[in-house]
Design a protein around this ligand. Sequence first.
Ligand SMILES: NC(=O)N[C@@H](O)C(=O)O
Ligand code: NI
Length: 161
Amino acid sequence: MSETIRIAPLTADAFAPFGDVLDVSGAPDKIINQGLCGRYHDRAVLDFGTGRAGISLFDAEPRRLPLTLEMVERHPDGSQAFLPMSHEPFLVVVAPDVNGQPGPPRAFLTTAGQGVNYHRGTWHGVLTPLHAPGLFAVVDRIGAGDNLEEFWFDRPYLIDV
Ligand SMILES: NC(=O)N[C@@H](O)C(=O)O
Ligand code: NI
């Protein structure tokens, strides 16, 4: 019998151990462009180690809930940010590291327009849109090596509302 992980709303506080929430909540840090634009300045901890920053586009298939979570992964050499290019919420799954393996996963639902930046080495589920288009800009490390560690659960979890 799989354990069910319940999806919670994404908040910056709850996500802080895993990464940064990118959104335009609250007042902007700067007003620019002759007063016509709010700049939410420098809102993520980016880390690319010995590599460099790259921007890629992901076109991902939407998933249905309940989701079977068979694995999580992490990028030991760099952070990874997912910035939606649609106005649809998506599913974010992370897990704490416990002696080099993922602990109990946590699932969050973004609000429309929110993005996330996984800090370097954070265990996370792969990109999981819940609505089409699953179109995202991804800022992560370009460099030598796989920069990928996968962990497959003996007993997959179910993720649901
Ligand atoms: N593999 C890849 O580029 N994407 C994953 O890292 C992911 O988190 O979706
Ligand atoms: Ni990843």
